[in-house]
Design a protein around this ligand. Structure first.
Ligand code: AVJ
Length: 329
């Protein structure tokens, strides 16, 4: 699917659209809520409201990831540009507000094209308009998709030396081990032999730091988590009472991940159209995992997908890493 939207100033934004529809959303929600441990896919956090709440999380002091990652990028950008080389086709997975990619767009001056991929169509259109006016010579090819399932890469006008997938923010942490491996294999295929992955990977650290990051004092993360129920109410005709669920996030050291849940505060029944889902008091919906890695753990996982870790940049506290991986095949 492909369509054009006329924005102010007459510039056409051509969007390659593979966004999962309502039926897919409904099927995934129902199958998740029918499991013994109820769960919902974290990718559905990011509707208009959810993307907005996530931007607010990123501005919190307690949520150390964005500022730590940005500092690493700023400190080592010259080295990164050197490794990426000339005429890169830059593909960003989960581009969101595109806040993170600016430093790359500013320093990779001869980019073949930039392909932002995101599940939030509205945000994608907005940022594409901004990018085309801020970088008039840059070819921007937006793709609206759930990158965990299929989409086709648009074809750029300019030849490129190599494809580089940019995947910042440690979103890789949202995948369990096997899906993470499959995802990396998919990325290896997209960027091709000799292609590369520049990825933000959150590292294992003092659990109290993690606890604060996912239980912020202003309750923005709690609102972000609960917004998923709000979205289901709106889009799938649900009747979740948001006040009857509570945000619960903790670090699970054995699994090396932060888990976010929504805990039912009472026995209750929730309806989605004609389907009834019972909840016992204290039962939870597992809404997100955020895995934290050691450098070695990540290197091993990358290797199973055919990637060689060529460089790891870290902050002084070693809280976060940006890693450059090359497809060996
Ligand atoms: C965008 C997936 C990296 O897991 O830290 C922020 C999302 N969840 N606070 C993360 C999130 C709760 C975030 N990622």
């Amino acid at each position: 699917m492909e369509f054009s939207i006329n924005s102010k100033g007459n510039k056409q934004v051509r969007l390659h659209d593979f966004k999962p529809g309502r039926e897919r959303f409904r099927a995934e929600v129902l199958s998740g809520l029918r499991k013994a441990q109820k769960e919902l896919p974290s990718k559905y956090f990011y509707d208009e409201q959810g993307s907005c709440l996530f931007e607010r999380i990123c501005a919190l002091d307690e949520y150390y990831i964005p500022r730590t990652e940005a500092a690493i990028m700023e400190t080592y950008i010259e080295e990164m540009v050197e490794l990426l080389g000339p005429r890169v086709l830059l593909i960003e997975y989960g581009s969101g507000s595109c806040a993170k990619v600016h430093i790359l767009l500013d320093h990779l001056c001869d980019l073949a094209a930039y392909v932002p991929i995101d599940i939030s169509r509205e945000q994608l259109l907005r940022v594409t308009k901004d990018l085309t006016s801020n970088y008039p010579r840059l070819e921007v090819l937006p793709v609206c998709a759930d990158y965990t399932s299929g989409f086709e890469l648009p074809v750029s006008k300019h030849p490129n030396e190599r494809s580089v997938v940019y995947f910042p923010g440690s979103t890789i942490g949202n995948f369990d081990a096997i899906p993470a491996k499959h995802f990396l294999e998919h990325v290896a295929k997209v960027c091709g032999p000799g292609g590369a992955l520049l990825i933000g990977v959150d590292l294992k650290k003092d659990p109290s730091v993690l606890h604060r990051a996912y239980n912020d004092s202003q309750g923005v993360t709690a609102t972000f988590n609960l917004n998923l129920l709000e979205r289901i109410n709106h889009e799938l005709n649900g009747d979740f009472q948001l006040g009857w669920f509570e945000h619960y996030a903790f670090y699970n050291p054995r699994e090396g991940r932060v888990e976010m849940h929504l805990v039912s505060l009472r026995d209750q029944k929730v309806r989605l159209d004609n389907v009834t889902i019972p909840f016992a008091k204290g039962e939870s919906i597992w809404t997100e995992s955020s895995y934290k890695f050691s450098v070695d753990e990540f290197e091993q996982m990358a290797a199973t997908a055919g990637f060689n870790v060529e460089h790891v940049w870290m902050d002084e506290q070693q809280w976060f890493s940006v890693q450059y991986l090359v497809n060996k095949s």
